[in-house]
Design a protein around this ligand. Structure first.
Ligand code: BES
Ligand code: MN
Ligand code: MN
Length: 472
């Protein structure tokens, strides 16, 4: 059975060349002027799925960007996994901070640099190549379905309805996602928790038009002042969010989980240095990993209004705005938090301004037990590929559809990420380690082998995990 793995070794150059093709397509989902490129990336993925041997492949249009579906179901009686990933990417700007252009994939220091290298094109392709390796070497030990979307970076607005309408086509024994990071370069990880997200845009309007700050200053409200006052009232000096009821549904960390976090090889000093932070900052009495993985947060993502050009202009702006986001933990929900934060902002807004709050998008939190068979199979597979037993981690980021899978398909999800925390996701100079690309393919191929050891998907892996499903 080692021939699939020899195959992966022998085809490294070609697999890398193909990844480069996909990375060269600027499939930026937020940017409507890139819609054609997003479609091109979908077509590329679908062509590749056909090429590796998927029997049924579809590019399904949505209101915005297409979903790519593919399946190989040639192992009757064996379990079926659904591989989820996304082929859309974040915008690449600021372009001037890239050492090489974001859509001209470049090899440097055993890494591939390009927007989407790690998030998520490089990661999702590992599974496609793993299926190819099995199919070229006597067949795949399990059935594989692919669901690769083009709207993850804009909050997956059309995916839930697609899953709802195609529940039986998507039926499977487990979902596999590679869209997270390993704890560190030589420490493979399985992620069992994601934070959720609530995202608001806040707009404050004062007067009809900008005013001379000498003729009017001191006698009228300044919306920019009002906005920053309101925003600073959202958090206290100890890093606690002051919105009434914000923590009502927060699941408290257990002692054993705190211990497990503390046992991981994390160094605040290294963490701080890696991002160039003079000092770390956050909610008091929680460690860095606890703050990121298991505590909610609130951040201003952008703030604007008034004069920002060269030199000084004496003006009272007519309006000011900000985008703020809250990362959520179980059992907070995006709607609940959006409502609480918006309600509090309305309550504290001075009478002299007009406040509008728009709810941009959200994502549910996710937490899964660490002992279900699919997860253990993934752990064995990671160990075989990386030579080390993976650690269990949570992530501070969000992948909104993961909670949807559990809710609608009622199967466990395994997050086996091949990224690293220094991959520069959403930032200039995004990269993926080539070694992780190659080991990722092996890990995926091993996972298929491991799951293939169960002789019947429906009665073994599926039932066992289904029976074990638990609310955390
Ligand atoms: N792959 C990331 C999620 C992620 C980020 C996992 C960091 C692990 C570490 C994903 O593509 C992403 O960026 N998600 C967005 C969700 C949002 C657009 C709804 C996020 O977390 O901001
Ligand atoms: Mn991603
Ligand atoms: Mn992302």
């Amino acid at each position: 059975m080692s021939s699939a793995f020899d195959y992966l070794d022998k085809n490294r150059e070609r697999h890398l060349a193909e990844l480069k093709e996909l990375l060269a397509i600027p499939s930026v989902s937020t940017d409507s002027s890139r819609a054609k490129d997003v479609k091109r990336a979908a077509d590329w993925v679908s062509k590749r799925l056909k090429k590796v041997g998927c029997k049924k492949v579809k590019v399904v249009p949505t209101e915005r960007h297409p979903i790519v579906y593919g399946e190989w179901l040639g192992a009757p009686g064996k379990p079926t996994i659904l591989v989820y990933g996304h082929y859309d990417v974040q915008p690449a700007d600021p372009l001037e901070l890239w050492d090489t252009p974001p859509f001209e994939p470049t090899l440097r220091d055993d890494r591939i640099y390009a927007r989407g290298a790690s998030d998520d094109k490089g990661q999702v392709i590992t599974h496609v190549n793993a299926l190819e390796a099995h199919l070229q070497n006597g067949g795949c030990p399990i059935n594989v379905k692919f669901l690769i979307e083009g709207e993850e970076e804009i909050g997956s607005p059309n995916l839930e309805s697609f899953i709802r309408e195609n529940k039986s086509a998507l039926a499977c024994d487990g979902v596999v996602v590679s869209d997270t990071a390993m704890f560190s370069k030589d420490l493979p990880s399985i992620c069992y928790g994601l934070r959720g997200l609530a995202y608001l845009e806040v707009h404050v309007k004062g007067t009809d038009r900008d005013l001379h700050s000498g003729s009017f200053g001191g006698a009228v409200v300044n919306p920019a002042n009002a906005l920053v006052q309101m925003l600073s009232a959202l958090k206290d000096a100890r890093g606690r969010i002051s919105v009434p009821g914000f923590y009502d549904n927060v699941k408290r960390l257990t002692v054993s989980e705190r211990r497990a976090f503390a046992a991981l090889p994390h160094s605040d000093r290294k963490f701080r240095r890696a991002i160039g932070a003079p000092e770390l900052d956050g909610e008091s009495s929680y460690s860095t990993l606890e703050r990121i993985w298991a505590r909610p947060s609130l951040d201003i993502n952008g703030i604007w209004g008034g004069f920002t050009g060269e030199g000084a202009k004496t003006v009272i702006p007519a309006e000011a705005s900000a985008k703020i986001s809250m990362r959520l933990v179980p059992h907070q929900t995006p709607n609940e938090i959006a409502k609480k934060v918006a309600g509090y902002l309305k309550k504290i807004a001075p009478k002299s301004v007009k406040l509008t709050v728009r709810n941009l998008h959200g994502g549910e939190t996710w937490l899964t037990p660490t002992d279900h068979p699919t997860l253990l199979a993934a752990s064995t597979a990671m160990k075989r590929a990386f030579g080390k037993t993976p650690v269990f981690v949570r992530e501070g980021g969000s992948i909104p559809v993961v909670a949807t899978f559990e809710k609608l398909l009622r199967v466990p999800t395994v997050l086996m990420g091949f990224g690293l925390n220094d991959d520069n996701l959403h930032a200039p100079n995004e990269k993926m380690e080539l070694s992780n690309f190659y080991r990722g393919m092996q890990a995926s191929a091993y996972l298929m082998e491991e799951l293939g050891k169960a002789d019947d998907g429906a009665t073994q892996v599926g039932q066992r995990v289904r029976g074990k499903r638990a609310r955390s």
